[in-house]
Design a protein. Sequence first.
Length: 348
Amino acid sequence: MEATVLIRPETTKMFLEAGQASQVAATQLAANAEKIQALAARLRANPPRVVVTCARGSSDHAATFARYLIETKAGVLTSSAGLSVSSVYDASPNLEGALYLAISQSGKSPDLLAAVKTAKAAGAYAVALVNVVDSPLADLADEVIPLHAGPELSVAATKSYIAALVAITQLIAAWTEDADLTDALATLPAALETAWTLDWSSAVDRLKTARNLYVLGRGVGFGVALEAALKFKETCGLHAEAFSAAEVLHGPMALVKDGFPALVFAQNDESRTSVDAMAQGLRERGADVLMAGPGETAPGALPCLAAHPVLEPILMIQSFYRMANALSVARGYDPDSPPHLNKVTETV
């Protein structure tokens, strides 16, 4: 563990920026409404044969959320682009008729830009979900959906990740004309404000001395499990692996012994029964299970808000960010300056 100067959790940039997610969501939903409706109409009139997502890091976790949402709501096959295919191997599949979703906070990563250029040349319609609207990515894209997260100075992405989830949800709700999800989105900013106040301090106490853990989710919840595992690594110096709640039943279960910690995200959709059963199986093997799921009452339950099932993971990750920030400080780290990391990753 690398000790740092003493920091109060409520003074970090990560804390201050993550706490802005409610206002970011409110601004974005209003500002993008007309643009989203126009793009949704285009997608209904000219349905893509496939959707390809293009992202790195936290943005790629938002892309995983998008994959589950697009395939379950719009019924369109969705795949993640291997950025090295274009940036290293100088190759490209046929993307005629594809919707290419590029997700980025900065819009500057060289490999992402190379992938978008190649995709457009291969026939894709490129849509950028990007926070910096005067970025090279925004210039490249056929359509830009601004994230409206404002400046994000902490290396750890928080409000920009939530902004990406909100933009994705708003787009898919409009594309599929899902009235229930559209109505639920109107309540999201207030719910995010409440989620930020929920007390996950029990997780700080139980993970302060941890060395390894699993983070588990399924369906739209898997993307936030991936994001949480990344934040444990980059801000807390804690080795965390994310798995689908179904995949962990295979090889990874062999590592679960008495006291092994696991954080489980469980939204109230068709996946909930299987995730609950998996969590119970972990407990029976002696794991220390922290469960984030609306209505959960088992030992280790973390408070969560009930909402539309698609929105519940967004609310859970907002509560998680506050806890992760506090855990980082408790473990002697500065969450704003993870070792060996920069805000913009110059991957080629």
